[in-house]
Design a protein around this ligand. Structure first.
Ligand SMILES: Cc1cc2nc3c(=O)[nH]c(=O)nc-3n(C[C@H](O)[C@H](O)[C@H](O)COP(=O)(O)O)c2cc1C
Length: 535
């Protein structure tokens, strides 16, 4: 396995990052107006691929959110078609249908910018109870697996060692670009991060550890999931590989070579459907995609500093299945609810990396993203700017880049590396930064996510990983807010450099790659909610 050497895509990456920024006087290039007649179909399906119906058993899963969030996993369930059904039902499945007048749209356990859902899910597994060895595409609309490939049982099962399965993710950029133009590529990466976290949580609820196959190249993932089979995507939008997540015993994750070889020898079936009649080419997206292709690398394995396990919080003692399916984005916050300080701490604690608790058990890499929190309404907290340092080693480089005389005063419990930087009422500033959206000022707190952009310049594929890490942080906040009786919303629309000015950043070494808001939601009573599946 060769170590990665020349970061060829650096120029294209820097250019994309600058050009995809929203600026106060100019938004990043978008389609201008929405071509509704050409709206992409949110559901990919493979005509001709045999379907395997999945069970609806998630209601029977009694595991509590309180246990899952702190990594106190139940005994591992055997891997089978039934248990994979539950994994998918609580991660990538539909969670409800919404109706307003004649409009009807599905929501899913995993969120997506503009509800456009560019992320596709796959399972690659050896022969399990009720599921032959193969590669399967997950069609969330029907909660079925489409068998993309039958693989020679012996080769495949040997490679898997019988100790786990791969959940795979891919992206269809066009779904998101249809609405958001060139900035859409960023949202696609966030969405993948949310989906990774959604899978890691649901796996934990089944007693399974999850670990990202971070040594695999994009080419490996494409081969294993069949994304490189141009003949199966003829006339349809292609899918780019994101990640493979090993669900099972982390130390027995297979190496890529035997899986790639077995996949190439598989019997592939199914033709991808076309999602839109017409397409607009977004060359910036193609360029950044090419610039950030991932080669094979040495898997990362950084020992994490020991952290005390999260305590059991009786307020969060709800079934995991309820929280996973009830997760929603707030469309409005009430603008007056104040969060209790201990609820604030409880919500920030699981943002810290952990070796055992989801979703961070899926990542062996060090934390490279740090929440910059604009506190508006938290009891005992002075309004102002705070930073949660997810890796203490980041403090010195951050201080050098931020350059100002920030206070850097510790706040909150000793277990939480939360620092107070600046006392100020930031409600108007937060709203301005978040493209004038009220959710940023009416929330209890809003946050930016400062990522070490310098890492991406050295190894361009890390640019994608940074956005995904942001998405994973976002998924933690979504579930935590829901469990606490509040609600969160991801914010992809923000003026990048306004946030950097607020943080006093003097250079590009750190960039805010995602924003989030948490508060007391105001429901939109005009919408009807229907069950996700007619059963
Ligand atoms: C990457 C990302 C960016 C988002 N950006 C915004 C935003 O700027 N403003 C907003 O109101 N909602 C935003 N959302 C929320 C989505 O609109 C929401 O997830 C989607 O409509 C699906 O609804 P649900 O989250 O309730 O399932 C974002 C979500 C994601 C995942």
């Amino acid at each position: 396995m060769g170590a990665y050497a020349i970061p060829e895509g650096r120029g294209a990456l820097v250019e994309y990052h600058a050009r995809s920024k929203h600026r106060l006087n100019r938004y990043a290039a978008g389609p201008g107006r929405l071509d509704w007649a050409n709206q992409p179909n949110p559901f990919r399906e493979f005509a001709g691929a045999p379907r395997f119906a999945l069970a609806f058993d998630a209601d029977a899963l009694l595991v509590r959110y309180n246990e899952v969030r702190r990594g106190a996993l139940p005994p591992a369930r055997p891997l089978s078609r039934e248990t994979l059904s539950t994994l998918l039902e609580l991660s990538l499945a539909l969670s409800a249908w919404k109706e307003s007048g004649s409009a009807r749209w599905a929501l899913r356990c995993n969120p997506s910018s503009g509800n456009l859902h560019p992320t596709e899910g796959y399972i690659a597994c050896p022969s399990l109870g009720g599921l032959p060895a193969g590669v399967y595409h997950y069609l969330s609309r029907d909660h079925v697996l489409e068998q993309r490939a039958k693989i020679v049982e012996r080769e495949w099962s040997e490679a898997f060692h019988g100790s786990g399965v791969f959940a795979g993710l891919s992206t269809i950029h066009w779904r998101e670009a249809w609405k958001y133009g060139m900035r859409a590529w960023r949202y696609c990466q966030h969405d993948a991060g949310h989906a990774i976290a959604a899978i890691a949580y649901a796996a934990a609820a089944m007693g399974w550890a999850t670990r990202m196959a971070d040594g695999y190249s994009d080419e490996d993932i494409a081969a294993i999931l069949g994304l490189d089979r141009l003949e199966d995507f003829h006339g349809a939008e292609g899918e780019t590989p994101d990640v493979l997540l090993w669900v099972g015993e982390p130390s027995s994750m297979p190496a890529p070579q035997p899986l790639v070889a077995a996949a190439h020898g598989g019997e592939w079936q199914g033709r991808a459907n076309r999602l839109s009649e017409r397409h607009v080419e977004w060359h910036d997206i193609d360029a950044v995609h090419l610039a950030t292709l991932k080669p094979r690398t040495y898997p990362e394995s950084i020992p994490r500093p020991a952290r005390p396990a999260l305590g059991a919080d009786p307020r969060l003692d709800l079934p995991f299945a309820t929280i996973a399916r009830r997760r929603r984005s707030a469309v409005d916050f009430d603008g007056f609810t104040r969060m209790a300080a201990d609820a604030f701490h409880t919500m920030l604690e699981p943002l810290m990396p952990s070796s055992d608790a989801p979703p961070w058990n899926a990542l062996a890499a060090p934390a490279r993203v740090h929440p910059l929190v604009m506190v508006h309404r938290v009891e005992d907290y002075e309004p102002g700017l705070y930073i949660l340092l997810r890796d203490g080693a980041a403090r010195a480089p951050l201080e050098r880049s931020m350059g100002r005389e920030w206070l850097w005063e510790r706040r909150g419990p000793a277990s939480l590396p939360l620092y107070f930087l600046l006392p100020y009422d930031l409600r108007d500033v937060a709203q301005l930064i978040c493209c004038h959206q009220h959710i940023a000022s009416d929330a209890c707190f809003a946050m930016g996510m400062l990522a070490h952009f310098g890492d991406a310049l050295d190894e361009p594929w890390r640019y994608r990983a940074l956005f995904r890490e942001c998405g994973m942080l976002g998924q933690v906040l979504y579930l935590e807010a829901e469990a606490a009786g509040l609600r969160a919303t991801g914010v992809g629309c923000y003026f990048d450099d306004e946030m950097h000015h607020l943080a006093g950043l003097k250079d590009d070494a750190w960039q805010s790659l995602y924003h989030f808001t948490v508060g007391a939601p105001v429901e939109d009573g005009r919408l009807l909610t229907r069950p996700p599946y007619a059963r």
